[in-house]
Design a protein around this ligand. Sequence first.
Ligand SMILES: Nc1ncnc2c1ncn2[C@@H]1O[C@H](COP(=O)(O)OP(=O)(O)OP(=O)(O)O)[C@@H](O)[C@H]1O
Length: 225
Amino acid sequence: MDAIQINQVTKTYRVGATETHALDHINLTIGEGEFTALVGPSGSGKTTLLQIIGCLDKPDQGTVLIKGQEVTRLSANQRADLRRTSIGFVFQFFALVPVLTAYENVELPLLLSGMKTSERRARVLELLNAVGLEDRAHHRPDQLSGGQQQRVAIARALGPRPVLVLADEPTANLDTANGHQAMEIMQRLNQETGTAFVYATHDPRVIAFARRVVKMEDGKIIDNL
Ligand SMILES: Nc1ncnc2c1ncn2[C@@H]1O[C@H](COP(=O)(O)OP(=O)(O)OP(=O)(O)O)[C@@H](O)[C@H]1O
C-alpha cells in the first residue's frame, strides 16, 4: 500500500484582495520506503504541501490518504493521533524542546505514546546510537552544535516507527559537512527502517541524495521522476 496518496488537492490563501494558489490540483503518490526530494523555487508550494501531507493543515479541496486512510475527514484529535503514530517531522530550525536534554527530546513522543519505561529507555539509546550521539544524551540543545541538534531531531522523528518522515529544508541551517552528514543519516535510516522520507530543499547537493525528485512550480507539480 502507498504511504501517501494525494488527489486533486488545492489550497488557496487570501490576504486582502490577493489570492495565492499555493497548491493547484496536486496529484501525488509516495510509495512505502521512498526517499524523495521535493524541489522548486521559493513560493512554489513545497511547505504548504508538506503541511497538508503531515496533517498540520487541511486542503480546500481534494483528498489525502496516509496508508489508505483518508485524513481530511478525521477530527482534529484523530489527526493528532495519526501524526503522533505515523508521521515524523524534521524542521529547518530543529524545533527541539530547549529545556530538555537530547535523551528527553527523543523520549518525548515515546512517552506520549505510552511506551513502557524499560522499552522506552532501550529505544531512546538505540536511536541516539543510530545518529552517533550516545555521548551527548544529557546535553541540552544549547549545548549541542546545529548538526548535532538536527541529528537529535532525526532520532526523535523516527522514535514511534512512523510510516513517513517529512523534512522541510532539513539542511538549510547547517554547513555543508553537517548537512551532508544529516542526509547520510536520513538515507541510512530510510534503508534500515523502510520509513519513507519526503524532504524539501533548494540545494543541488541535497537533491542528489534522493531516489526520486518531485518538482513544483506555482502550486503545481511540473516534473515527477
Ligand atoms: N499563511 C499564508 N497566508 C497567505 N499566503 C501564504 C501563506 N502560506 C503560504 N502562502 C503563500 O503560498 C505560496 C506557497 O508558499 P510555500 O511556503 O508553500 O512555498 P515554498 O515552496 O515552501 O517556499 P520556500 O522555498 O520559500 O519555503 C507562496 O506564494 C506564499 O506566499
